[in-house]
Design a protein around this ligand. Structure first.
Ligand code: PLP
Length: 441
């Protein structure tokens, strides 16, 4: 009796009481997010509403199947949630330009991540052993575009295209020549570290010419596309995959959009093909994020991201930094450190010491291994959410330059640390967790 009572009580106890270790780690993370400047191009801070949906009781529900066609009873509310997520995604990515409207035929919001979005899309129409042509990982592509250590490299035969060594832009003529020689069944467009606008028309034409499907992976630039700042692939691609947590600023997760012809195949490949029950709390959070992304505020936010990236990029160029491709059209840039007597790894470490988080990144034709690298990737989605604008980006550029130029001067490093701290204090992340931890936990 005593035991039963205590176990019942535990269910109503706060996290702080039942699990102080996890509680403290979360508190530590809230502090970390508040006290560091995040320039990791794939990270962002979700809204309170997104976090609330994600932390909801929807996590309790099994809902294998799709709205209206579930294998479990009691799905009336999760059906509302998933239907709204799908409809909002369609509204968000429908292409409305002066001369055409192209609807999104089909969306699957159940994929757990961007990687699983790609897996589901590939396997919906390809067989193991088929050929995929994707962007070289070392030139900015993603692991799931054919890396040997990833399922995409294990299951398929892979070809790679990349950027021109001089311009740093994708060499479309060479891509076409590779496609003609390789005869892929699918061409994958999209990248994790490419700062230039992608030419979807060109990808489409090459795919048509060689009889390949075209998949466009917009994981990084989904927010920019939704806001109409980067051209949309919707009219050109058979499949458009994405993660939902980068510029799109939703929960950690993925989505697949496709032409109607592949709708059934994609849904079947997501479930029962590669996943079991969907994460209904995450799908609710995706729905909330899509609603947020349909607002003018969000469109303005995406413009600010791009302006901030340009400001940071130009300020670094003015200080003698080489940027791969010479600049940026989007939310990120790849800094080539070869003329700066510091490796990517060292730069990453030095910046972390003053409270700036970045990631080391291989640059095209890098002669250093991925554990060292000659570059760092910088992105502005997170700092823009925080409220940074031009003056702060100029200051960040100056801090970065000071750190990378004289990293062993302790006095200098202390000054930079204080500048980071002051910026962070002036721009609180206003993360819901921060207020929850004070009031509710
Ligand atoms: C981040 C990313 C993904 C994978 O997303 P996860 O949710 O981390 O699995 C896929 N493709 C590209 C181009 C990405 O940048």
């Amino acid at each position: 009796m005593q035991k039963l009572k205590s176990s019942l009580n535990t269910r109503n106890m706060s996290l702080k009481e039942t699990d102080p270790q996890i509680f403290d780690a979360i508190e530590g993370e809230i502090r970390r997010e508040q006290d560091k400047i995040v320039l990791i191009a794939s990270e962002n801070y979700v809204s309170k509403a997104v976090l609330e949906a994600q932390g909801s009781v929807l996590t309790n529900k099994y809902a294998e199947g799709y709205p209206g066609h579930r294998y479990y009873g009691g799905c009336e509310f999760v059906d509302i949630v998933e239907s709204l997520a799908i409809q909002r995604a369609k509204d968000l990515f429908e292409l409305r330009s002066a001369n055409e409207t192209v609807a999104v035929d089909h969306v699957n919001v159940q994929v757990h991540s961007g990687s699983q979005a790609n897996m589901a899309a590939y396997l919906s129409i390809l067989k193991p052993g088929d050929r995929i042509l994707g962007m070289n990982l070392n030139h900015g592509g993603h692991l799931t575009h054919g890396s040997k250590v990833n399922f995409s490299g294990l299951l398929f035969e892979n070809g790679y295209y990349g950027v021109d060594p001089d311009t740093g832009h994708i060499d479309y003529d060479k891509l076409r020549a590779i496609a003609i020689g390789f005869r892929p069944k699918m061409i994958v467009a999209g990248a994790s570290a490419y700062s230039r606008t992608l030419d979807f028309q060109r990808f489409h034409d090459i795919a048509q010419e060689v009889g390949a499907y075209l998949l466009v992976d917009i994981a990084h630039i989904a927010g920019l596309i939704a806001a109409g700042i980067h051209p949309s692939p919707i009219a050109y691609a058979d499949f458009v995959t994405s993660s939902t947590h980068k510029t799109l600023r939703g929960p950690r997760g993925g989505m697949v959009m496709c032409k109607g012809a592949y709708a059934k195949a994609v849904d079947k490949m997501v479930f029962p093909g590669i996943q079991g029950g969907p994460l209904m709390h995450i799908i609710a959070a995706k729905a909330v994020a899509f609603k947020e992304a349909l607002t003018d505020d969000f469109r303005q936010y995406q413009h600010n991201i791009v302006n901030n990236a340009k400001t940071l990029c130009n300020a670094l160029i003015a200080r003698g930094y080489r940027i791969i491709s010479g600049g940026t059209d989007n939310h990120l840039m790849l800094v080539d450190l070869r003329n700066k007597a510091i490796t990517g790894k060292e730069a990453d470490d030095v910046l972390y010491k003053v409270g700036i988080t970045v990631n080391k990144n291989t640059i095209p034709y890098d002669d250093k291994p991925p554990t060292i690298t000659s570059g760092i990737r910088l992105g502005t989605p997170a700092v823009t959410t925080r409220g940074f604008s031009e003056p702060e980006m100029l200051e960040v550029a100056d801090i970065i330059d000071n750190c990378l130029t004289t990293p062993s001067d302790e006095h200098n490093m202390e000054i930079q640390r204080q500048r980071v701290r002051a910026l962070c204090e002036r721009f609180p992340i206003q993360q819901p967790g921060a207020t929850w931890s004070e009031k509710e936990l």
